[in-house]
Design a protein around this ligand. Structure first.
Ligand code: SF4
Length: 419
């Protein structure tokens, strides 16, 4: 067997080659035999082929350049791929594939080591961060959002509860003279499993015992039954991650629809619970600003600023394991079809795109930015300089940001802010 065939067969074993459609495998094998691509070139060509399928764009067989030189062919192919990747994508002719129709996971309860309370896993000095404390009440999530990094940390088919969670939580020693901000919506969805394993019972009791803790439930569900049936301590905030119908339908699988999420928030606000909204990730696609505009307007129409504690904005940031995990899956998503500029070691949109989306979002909520009951707005996980360019102000340090946030939340729920 000639050595290049051996090299080719060795290289492809460590790639997504076997996951490509048969015709693309044959096409790449033929092209490789003709041009004798290097190990690195082959890996990139296979990833290009995989991405074009994932994004439901013209396939490698349709865009492959015709030229006698290997170097020219590879350069032209990359150019074509990057122009497809960097052009704002459109969901107009996008067809979903193998999208889960129902939540398939098993529940597991075990006594876990340690206690999942710590600083937000993505807090950094490179970004302006609020120093949120995250509490892993439940491990892993039953929803299937294509951009979510949780999927690269946990086994998605198993939802794990800690049988010792309640004891650990109620024995937590906190400084009663300090205000804390703790969120349970990072390692899982805060409400989709309701009071399973008594998790909400424990969290409510904890909130009652620690009025100086602002406890934030973050969700994409409309499962608010427990909160409607029980007195909700005033130091509990319920916040929804919202997105446009286009992104919810194409990238946030198994989650509640936009209208169901907003309706759930409305019901809790009617009950006097302070709510909030996270637009994270805001995703760029053809016509996105108009579609986000109509979501922002829906909220301004349906809620009074006195009922809303916060609105946050953020966008896509990718780490390599998530991109790899998405390429491995047999489904379609356009979520990685972005320019992937460096963002503090991760990848994201270029600054100009971020300024466009965040400025538009912030300015759309102008009616909620003044007066006694104004809402607290923030950028999540974004570099310092972006605040000035979108909000027109910035916090000098993460601690200043945290103080401003907790001060605003305490004022909204009617309690003193303890520094
Ligand atoms: S700004 Fe966002 S990423 Fe940073 S600490 Fe707060 S929640 Fe975490």
């Amino acid at each position: 067997m000639n050595s290049y065939i051996e090299k080719f067969n060795t290289t492809i074993t460590k790639t997504f080659f076997s996951k490509l459609p048969q015709n693309e495998q044959e096409f790449i094998r033929e092209a490789a035999m003709k041009y004798k691509f290097s190990h690195q070139e082959l890996i990139q060509i296979i990833n290009i082929s995989r991405d074009l399928g994932l994004w439901d764009e013209p396939r490698i067989t349709e865009i492959f350049p015709d030229h006698p030189s290997r170097k020219v062919v590879f350069a032209k192919l990359k150019e074509k791929y990057e122009s497809i990747r960097n052009t704002p994508n459109s969901y107009e002719n996008f067809t979903l594939k193998n999208i889960p129709q129902e939540q398939k996971y098993t529940f597991k309860t075990k006594a876990k080591e340690g206690f999942g309370l710590g600083l937000c896993p993505v807090v950094s000095e490179k970004t302006r961060c609020c120093n949120l404390l995250t509490l892993d009440a439940v491990e892993s999530c039953g929803f299937d959002c294509s951009y979510c990094s949780i999927q690269s940390f946990y086994n998605q088919n198993t939802i794990t509860f800690d049988s010792t969670f309640k004891d650990k939580l109620l024995n937590l020693q906190l400084d009663p003279n300090k205000t804390y901000h703790i969120g349970t919506g990072q390692a899982s969805d805060s409400l989709m499993f309701g009071n399973r394993e008594g998790v909400l019972d424990a969290l409510f009791e904890f909130a009652h015992k620690n009025p100086n803790v602002i406890l934030e439930f973050k969700t994409k569900s409309d499962n608010i039954k427990y909160l409607l049936e029980n007195d909700v301590p005033q130091n509990i905030l319920c916040t929804w991650s919202l997105n446009t119908p286009t992104i919810i339908e194409n990238e946030e699988h198994l989650t509640a629809s936009l209208d169901k999420r907003i309706a759930a928030a409305r019901k809790l606000a009617d009950k006097g619970v302070k709510v909030g909204f996270h637009f994270h990730p805001i995703v760029e696609y053809v016509g996105y600003l108009d579609e986000y505009q109509s979501v922002y307007e829906k909220l301004i129409l349906q809620f009074k600023p006195s009922e809303v504690a916060l609105v946050s904005f953020g966008t896509l940031t990718f780490i390599k394991p998530v991109i790899k995990q998405l390429r491995e899956r047999e489904f379609r998503s356009k979520i990685t079809q972005i320019p992937h500029e460096d963002a503090s070691g991760k990848t994201s949109y270029p600054e100009a795109t971020k300024i466009e989306m965040f400025k538009h979002a912030y300015e759309s909520f102008a009616p909620w930015q003044n007066g006694e009951e104004k809402v607290f707005f923030y950028l999540c996980m974004e570099p310092h300089e972006l605040w000035e360019k979108t909000f027109g102000y910035n916090y000098a340090t993460n601690n200043d940001f945290e103080h401003a946030m907790l001060g605003a939340y305490c004022k909204k729920i009617g309690q003193d802010y303890l520094i």
